[in-house]
Design a binder for this molecule. Structure first.
Ligand SMILES: NC(=O)c1ccc[n+]([C@@H]2O[C@H](COP(=O)([O-])OP(=O)(O)OC[C@H]3O[C@@H](n4cnc5c(N)ncnc54)[C@H](OP(=O)(O)O)[C@@H]3O)[C@@H](O)[C@H]2O)c1
Length: 329
């Protein structure tokens, strides 16, 4: 099969190779998916750059965890009626070497979810990391109907879906963005108010926008950098659900301030979501896909042979939406 892979860590253009690899053999409990799209996320580019030093111990890695395609074969114990089913897949390259940047992937049938007819393969490639992470951040700590949620970086891949899940669950959303284009994206996703996270003192601005009150929840993309401002605008016994801290990697924690606010901090990593939370997310995503309840932003579709460029687009940032690698043939 055609595939992209790396066998050393480094810059995308230096280490990503596109060529022929053996088509995987479907094992018991698995499905073989003929992929049409593969989603590229920061996690994938960080792994290629060496964030998991042991990743290459067993040989080459075919990157990317997310993707979508059609089931072509099933292993022992899987209903043969699944052959021909349109699916989106998740966690294809987590704890495993062979992800979705290829014509085929064989993986646990649980990780291949029906992609409703209403949803395209591009959208299917956004589900595993951006949509599931956002779902976990919004839903991990009880009902939010009637609450106010601050979503920082609301035009980011994850933030954009967090705004939408929070609105769907009956919350009022305040989002942050750094420019007018992203502000418009946040509003289109359902944010009632948007403020600029690059302006000093934005925590106070959140309270002004929330009629002088602190918010109930925060879904946060930059925990360490934003904590000082978040502590200025979250209520006592509020919850911060955070999924990243790249600017301040080892954040200092003002323990007494956090303790006297009786805060809960939820550290989210999509790969380690408990299975019941994954099941809930999958059910809500299926429903949302069926009824076109989620908006999507595809930054660019890039052919597999240009996968290095797709990695660079993710590395550049710029809040443009999901980067999708297309797989023909
Ligand atoms: N834990 C998990 O399970 C999980 C899952 C998915 C992603 N992640 C991580 O989450 C991060 C974001 O991923 P993504 O795919 O959503 O990236 P993305 O699409 O590039 O979005 C990042 C967003 O954060 C904004 N931002 C930057 N600094 C900010 C700040 N201090 N306050 C508020 N917003 C800020 C950016 O806006 P400006 O650049 O305009 O400021 C941008 O809109 C990455 O580090 C990724 O590895 C973790």
């Amino acid at each position: 099969m055609q595939a992209a892979w790396f066998e050393k860590f480094g810059a995308a253009r230096d280490v990503l190779v596109v060529g022929e690899k053996p088509t995987p053999v479907v094992g018991p409990g698995e499905v073989l998916v003929r992929l049409r799209t593969s989603g590229v996320n920061p996690s994938d580019v960080k792994k290629r750059a060496g964030s998991f030093p042991n990743l290459l111990d067993d040989g080459y890695v075919i990157p990317n965890s997310d993707g979508a395609g059609v089931i072509e074969a099933v292993g022992e114990g899987v209903d043969s009626k699944r052959v021909g089913e349109k699916v989106w897949v998740y966690q294809a390259q987590f704890g495993r070497s062979c992800g979705t940047a290829a014509q085929y992937v064989a993986l646990d049938s649980l990780r291949a979810v029906t992609l409703p007819i209403e949803a395209g393969f591009d959208v299917g490639a956004c589900a595993g990391i951006p949509i599931m992470t956002a779902h976990r951040c919004v839903h991990a700590d009880g009902p939010i109907a009637g609450q106010t949620v601050l979503v920082t970086g609301g035009a980011g891949r994850v933030g954009y879906y967090a705004i939408q899940w929070a609105r769907m669950a009956g919350a009022r959303v305040i989002a942050s963005a750094s420019n007018p284009r992203d502000e418009a994206v946040c509003r289109a996703a359902g944010a009632k108010h948007v403020l600029n996270h690059r302006e000093p003192g934005w925590g106070e601005r959140v309270k002004v926008l929330n009629d002088g009150k602190p918010v109930d929840r925060v879904v946060d993309v930059e925990f360490g950098a934003n904590l000082p401002e978040v502590l200025n605008c979250i209520r006592t016994s509020g919850v911060i659900a955070t999924y990243s801290s790249t600017q301040v990697k080892e954040p200092p924690l003002p323990f007494f301030r956090v303790m006297y606010l009786d805060l809960a901090v939820r550290f989210v990593i999509v790969y380690s979501m408990p299975e019941p939370a994954k099941k809930l997310a999958v059910a809500d995503i299926t429903q949302a896909f069926h009824h076109a309840m989620l908006q999507h932003r595809i930054a660019e579709r890039v052919p597999l042979r240009e996968i290095a460029r797709a990695n660079e687009l993710v590395e550049q940032g710029g809040s443009n939406g999901c980067v999708v690698v297309t797989i023909d043939g």
